[in-house]
Design a protein around this ligand. Structure first.
Ligand SMILES: Cc1cc2nc3c(=O)[nH]c(=O)nc-3n(C[C@H](O)[C@H](O)[C@H](O)COP(=O)(O)O)c2cc1C
Length: 203
């Protein structure tokens, strides 16, 4: 067995190890709006649901290599809201395009050909093409590490969910319709087409 202590690794190597060990990860495709009114969107796979009632979700945003904050974090700190959009197979290419480092005056919806739709309860726009949009209100930001290696974990309450009708069958969101993709290590992804069922044991 290899024995590795992440604290001894460079940031790059620690990242490669973690994303290879924690998988598959769902992708939060996070849309926000800047002070100047420019729409922003980027993917984050350090993402999880944290509580159901209240409905709480969280995702992690690292600093850029030079220690500067990413636009997503800057925008959320200002507006205190954001939308988490689900990434399916159809959105994979557009999602990847938005992960490039664009200057903050660039509208990443336009870059990726995505449609910003006005949200009901938050200032941030949602993605028209995504099968599920979760409007979130910021609750708390946890910070880890020291400059330039700081990571912010953004925790928010889901206050409204939009679900495309094709994905909503008999009162539930159907994974086989949603066709979410997951993130693995390196630059690898998985589809969720190979689904099986297991009933929970009783008692
Ligand atoms: C599939 C995928 C997952 C990603 N996950 C994360 C993540 O969890 N945390 C992070 O800081 N960056 C992550 N990134 C990189 C960001 O998307 C990238 O830094 C982006 O440019 C940030 O955009 P912004 O400056 O507009 O916020 C990921 C990229 C991809 C393609």
């Amino acid at each position: 067995m290899m024995k590795i202590d992440p604290a001894d690794l460079s940031r790059q190597d620690a990242h490669a190890l973690l994303i290879g060990a924690v998988l598959p990860r769902p992708i939060a495709f996070v849309s926000t709006v800047s002070e100047e009114g420019i729409n922003n969107i980027a993917p984050f796979s350090f993402f999880t649901a944290m509580s159901t009632k209240p409905a709480i979700v969280g995702f992690g945003v690292a600093r850029k290599r030079d220690g500067a904050k990413k636009d997503t974090l800057v925008n959320i700190e200002r507006t205190k809201d954001y939308v988490i959009n689900l990434v399916n197979e159809e959105l994979a290419e557009a999602m990847n395009q938005t992960s490039g480092e664009y200057p903050s005056h660039v509208d990443e919806f336009s870059v990726a050909g995505l449609t910003p739709v006005k949200s009901d309860l938050v200032k941030s726009p949602r993605v028209g093409e995504s099968p599920v949009n979760m409007e979130c209100r910021l609750m708390q930001i946890l910070e880890f590490g020291q400059s330039p290696n700081v990571a912010s974990f953004i925790i928010g309450e889901v206050i409204r969910v939009h679900v495309q009708e094709e994905s909503w069958v008999d009162g539930v969101l159907k994974a086989s319709k949603v066709k979410a993709i997951g993130r693995l290590g390196q630059d690898l992804y998985c589809r969720t087409g190979d689904i099986f069922e297991m009933k929970r044991p009783r008692g």
